[in-house]
Design a protein around this ligand. Structure first.
Ligand SMILES: Cc1ncc(COP(=O)(O)O)c(C=O)c1O
Length: 385
């Protein structure tokens, strides 16, 4: 059956997720018995800490299996407001917090609340794939602002991309896919530019805790009246499957987001919210141990790539290496070759925007053994080219 004519143009213009596509091919090869090493994962390979699981089980056993307030249970909103104050210097009350089923849902609600047909949204290219897709769903126009490795993937010239239609700038530090962390000056400059031009900022801080020796700065501490700060539990607490995130924003924006939430998903899962309280208030030892392990894997991955002649900036956060492979072909050619010939799954840099062409993203959220074996395979495969 030809369904295309009945699918809305908004949905038709969204490309299939490149990360999902590679994951599908890798899964197919695996089901054929091939031993694939995946560097394409976007999630920690650790278990959710026990204390967090226990909190959810206790809530379940207590019968917390019903709808909650749309904005989230008061205890979790309190814990989030405290966290934002302590970690991020973003001074908000629990009433200024919206709990969502994942940070992605919060990003979706924020963009839909904010964007009218034709409004422009600045994305720093390369950027996480879902921003562009969501802006398009909302009828907005993504404007890709190229950022380069030489500049630490930080925007040096935002102003020249701002027009009368520019409404929103999306920042993501630590960054997926580059691992860049914006320093104090970069955040300050972005804040001043936003203020000068009346632009709002969506700050996606989901990788905040996964950071190596650098300091995380929240733009919401500088321009709270212009910032939607979004964070979640997936990455910091290895809770991708739980679907729990949150946002804080000026009241009218947060109210808009709440409306979308109430009429779509109602609320984040009741007992999962209890787990969120424990994640924020409980022992943080598991997070520290996970980040220490990620740092070792990062070093293994970067050293390994450099030894086999692949250039790669040192990521300061998240769990991705963004490696230059243009000498071996286009992003997609190299990705396909590595998958078919080396049995190593990576993500083509071009999936993150035109400026990502010539790069591939390698996730090191996998064992050290896999990283060593994967690098050996890549070396052997490229030598066969
Ligand atoms: C930059 C970025 N933001 C948001 C998310 C989604 O987070 P959540 O699982 O909380 O929806 C991801 C997941 O890959 C991400 O890379």
């Amino acid at each position: 059956m030809k369904l295309n004519p009945v699918i809305s143009s908004r949905v038709r213009q969204i490309p299939e997720s490149a990360t999902m596509k590679i994951a599908d091919i890798a899964a197919q090869l695996r089901s054929e018995g091939r031993d694939i090493i995946s560097f394409s994962l976007g999630e920690p390979d650790f278990e959710t800490p026990e204390n967090i699981k226990r909190a959810a089980k206790t809530a379940l056993d207590r019968g917390e299996t019903h709808y909650t307030q749309g904005s989230g249970i008061p205890e979790l909103r309190e814990a989030i407001a405290e966290k934002l104050k302590e970690d991020n210097n973003v001074d908000v009350s629990p009433a200024d917090v919206l709990v969502t089923p994942g940070a992605k849902q919060a990003i979706f609600e924020a963009i839909c609340t904010f964007i009218d047909e034709g409004d422009e949204v600045l994305l720093l290219d390369p950027a996480w794939v879902s921003y562009e897709a969501i802006v398009k769903f909302a009828g907005g126009k993504p404007v890709m602002v190229p950022v380069s490795e030489q500049d630490g993937y930080v925007p040096v010239d935002l102003q020249s991309h701002i027009t009368r239609d520019t409404k929103l700038l999306i920042l993501n530090s630590p960054c997926n896919p580059t691992g860049a962390v914006y320093g104090k000056n970069a955040i300050k400059t972005a804040a001043e530019t936003a203020e000068d031009h009346g632009v709002f900022v969506l700050s996606d801080e989901v990788y905040e805790k996964i950071i190596y020796g650098a300091k995380h700065h929240s733009i919401g501490s500088l321009i709270p009246d212009r910032t939607i700060t979004i964070n979640g539990f997936s990455k910091a607490y290895a809770m991708t499957g739980w679907r729990l995130g949150y946002a804080t924003a000026p009241a009218p924006i947060l109210q808009g987001m709440l409306k979308i939430q109430q009429h779509s998903v109602s609320n984040a899962t009741s007992f999962v919210q209890r787990a969120g309280v424990e994640a924020l208030r409980g022992d943080q030892g598991a997070v520290r141990a996970m980040v220490a392990e990620f740092e070792k894997r990062r070093d293994l991955m970067i050293d390994g790539l450099r030894k086999i002649g692949i250039e790669c900036a040192l990521p300061r956060g998240a769990f991705y290496a963004f490696a230059k492979v243009s000498q071996f072909g286009t992003s997609v050619e190299v990705t396909e070759k590595l998958l078919q010939d080396a049995l190593v799954a990576v993500t083509p840099g071009s999936a993150f925007g035109p400026n990502g062409e010539g790069y591939v993203r390698l996730s090191y959220a996998t064992s050290r053994q896999n990283i060593e074996e994967g690098i050996n395979r890549i070396e052997a495969s490229l030598a066969r080219a």
